[in-house]
Design a protein around this ligand. Structure first.
Ligand SMILES: C[S@@+](CC[C@H](N)C(=O)[O-])C[C@H]1O[C@@H](n2cnc3c(N)ncnc32)[C@H](O)[C@@H]1O
Length: 201
């Protein structure tokens, strides 16, 4: 039976395209979207809060982990042209749309990958790893390995930032940040979401 989750490798739904026009960090963006990907009709509230508050280094390597249609990485890449932005997702349709959205935005500082967690990224290290993690895919199965992998793949001084709904495991996720990184910071709390940050110092 084919799976129809937004985190399926190959969504079984018909590829019905749409367009999202929005403003993020004071700048207009247009994203092509489709059925079978996360938040297909609008930029998710958690993603918006993360994007408005995330740390974007001016140079170095930035990873949008579980990129969906590419919102987080595309905003970072368009605001910081010297930054090398990597976007990866397990969902082949999301990856296809990210590639299209990167091209439409005219960005030359993005690399897009398809794969489970970090598997497509080789030995690449990062200065920032940013994610709206797929809680529905499993906290233990997917989100914890994302955090453990982030610690391994961040350069010294690099940061991991994730958004989560406070009543859908926010405190537990913060505890796991502490287990792996020794401490965490809450960058912002808004509309039932919190943005967590940890530094590999
Ligand atoms: C909550 S969505 C966020 C999407 C996008 N970053 C956004 O904010 O709109 C999480 C994303 O993680 C992806 N994902 C789920 N499991 C994954 C895994 N094991 N490896 C990589 N990506 C995964 C999903 O396909 C989905 O696109």
């Amino acid at each position: 039976m084919p799976s129809s989750h937004y985190f399926s490798k190959k969504p079984s739904s018909k590829d019905e395209r749409g367009k999202i026009e929005t403003v993020l960090r004071g700048k207009k963006y247009s994203f092509i979207t489709s059925t079978g990907v996360f938040s297909a009709k609008r930029v998710d509230n958690g993603t918006r809060i993360l994007v408005e508050n995330m740390h974007i280094p001016t140079v170095g390597d930035f990873l949008d982990l579980g990129c969906g249609i590419g919102v987080i990485g595309i905003v970072a890449a368009s605001l910081e042209p010297e930054l090398c932005v990597h976007l990866t997702d397990v969902n082949s349709r999301a990856v296809q749309l990210t590639k299209l959205n990167v091209q439409r935005a005219g960005l030359s500082n993005c690399n897009t990958y398809e794969g489970y967690l970090y598997e497509a990224l080789g030995d690449q290290k990062f200065d920032a790893i940013i994610s709206n993690p797929p809680i529905s895919a499993g906290m233990h199965k997917v989100v914890h390995p994302m955090i453990l992998g982030a610690y391994e793949r961040l350069n010294t001084g690099g940061v991991l930032q994730m958004v989560i709904q406070s009543n859908k495991g926010g405190k537990m996720l913060a505890g796991f940040f502490d287990d792996v990184f020794g401490e965490h910071e809450i960058v912002t709390r808004k509309s039932g979401y919190r943005v967590l940050s940890a530094c590999k110092c």
